[in-house]
Design a binder for this molecule. Structure first.
Ligand code: 0X9
Ligand code: ZN
Length: 438
């Protein structure tokens, strides 16, 4: 990084020295302030046909479009675009005969409004600490709160083991946790492997996994049947640097925090996995896949962990937000995986469980059909690695941009997610271990 020493070590002339100083100042300013969305505008589009959807995805390769809703035919989809790309974007929409409206010219205003109402709520419900006796699911926990609780429970419960699986670019630990009545996962019982928080801003995901952990570990007697047959391996915060950044600087940050070039940071870790990885050129986009497959420490940490448990991993769950969807492979191409029916049937069972618990009817289907094609994602990697069932779930969103579910609605959302985890976990306990590949 930039320091006086590194600047002074430039020996090849004054020009380079000045360039280094300017670059360091730009970086320092960007780091210090985070991004403000005053320069971003919001549109609502209504795609009329599947061809228009395809055109939209083609356009997303040229312009950095931040979708706040999953683009679907005949549904409103909100898209955030920078001022500088605005006219190019509008011209393309007109050329392809899109119906659209311009909503607001300063997205920061929306964020500020949401932040204000959420912080008023925090003030009303604030607690002094997040220790085991006082935790609640009416606020979004910061990284330290999550890690402290995991460590506390590891010390308190013989079922829990917490360990570090790697370090991020900024030196933060990436932690994994296992839950097993025997204390250690011994690979002789089916394993459910889960991760949350690969996308930093999808806070309901982190919290849903913490809720599941809390329930299983603090009330094991309620889930005895399930816990006696299935072990869990969980990474609750796969992208800790990004998560901290969403709390401190930029609520809408998605990627990790690697510095790609002078101005842009971040690899979309859910495009960085080493199966069906696809090259993307622009390090400034929200879905930059990295310079090569598994270029990122978070990706390596997870693939190594999966390797360790793959002989027993029957089910994989990637936890995301938002849209209320249960998605199954493949996601990098328009082809259903071999046991698509099995995925679909179990996905619908989970959806029924949510409805019985008072939730809405979630969408269940193939990832590419329901959502869009995306390469280098964890679900396809896990399926390819041998998980019999591999899902991406998109939890309940909220707020104007789909990531700011008000804290007052958080508990309901994580309880609904728990219905999915219980359904998938109970099913996993009935499945045979994967047959070792030759
Ligand atoms: O685009 C993604 O990475 C996921 N959606 S999100 O809005 N949370 O970013 C969906 C990934 C689905 N899986 C594949 N397409 N393989
Ligand atoms: Zn996501």
């Amino acid at each position: 990084m930039c320091s006086v020493q590194s600047v002074m070590s430039v020996r090849t002339g004054r020009m380079k020295l000045w360039l280094s100083i300017v670059a360091c100042v730009i970086l320092a300013l960007a780091e210090a302030n985070g991004i403000s969305y005053t320069e971003f505008q919001l549109y609502v589009l209504r795609p009329k046909t599947r061809d228009q959807l395809k055109e939209l995805h083609e356009l997303a390769k040229e312009i950095d479009l931040d979708f706040w809703d999953t683009p679907r035919v005949k549904r409103d989809v909100r898209v955030m675009v920078s001022f500088s790309d605005g006219s190019k974007f509008e011209q393309a929409l007109d050329r392809h005969d899109f119906d659209y409206d311009y909503v607001v010219g300063n997205v920061q205003q929306i964020l500020d409004k949401e932040r204000k109402s959420n912080s008023e709520y925090y003030q009303r419900t604030k607690r002094d600490s997040n220790s085991r006796s006082t935790i609640d699911f009416n606020h979004y926990w910061e990284l330290d709160e999550i890690y402290d609780y995991l460590d506390e429970m590891a010390a308190a419960s013989p079922m829990v083991d917490v360990f570090e699986i790697g370090k991020t670019r900024q030196g933060r630990p990436i932690k994994a946790v296992t839950i097993s009545p025997t204390g250690k996962v011994t690979l002789d019982r089916p394993v459910v492997f889960m991760d949350a928080g690969i996308h930093a801003r999808e806070w309901v995901g982190h919290m849903s996994v913490m809720y599941m952990f809390h329930e299983f570990v603090e009330h094991p007697e309620l889930y005895q049947e399930q816990l006696s047959k299935t072990d869990y391996v969980i990474i609750p915060v796969l992208n800790p640097d990004g998560y901290v950044y969403t709390h401190t600087a930029n609520r809408l940050w998605r990627k990790n925090r690697v510095q790609n070039n002078l101005l842009c940071a971040g690899v979309d870790l859910n495009r960085n996995f080493p199966y069906a990885w696809a090259y993307t050129s622009n390090g400034c986009t929200n879905t930059f896949a990295g310079t090569e497959p598994a270029s990122e420490p978070e990706t390596k940490a997870m693939t190594e962990l999966m390797d360790k448990y793959k002989s027993a991993m029957v089910t994989y769950i990637a936890v995301h937000t938002s849209g209320e969807m249960i998605l199954w492979p493949w996601g990098y191409k328009f082809e259903h995986c071999a046991n698509g029916e099995e995925h679909d049937t179990l996905g619908k069972k989970a959806r029924d469980a949510i409805v019985s618990a008072g939730g809405r009817e979630w969408e269940v289907g193939n990832s590419a059909d329901v959502l869009y094609i995306a390469s280098g994602a964890t679900d396809d990697y896990a399926y390819h690695t041998g998980a019999r069932l591999a899902y991406t779930i998109e939890l309940t969103g909220g707020g104007l941009h789909g990531f700011d579910l008000p804290p007052s609605e958080l508990e309901k959302a994580v309880r609904e997610a728990f219905e999915i985890y219980k359904t998938f976990g109970a099913n996993a306990g009935t499945l045979p271990l994967p047959t070792p590949s030759a």
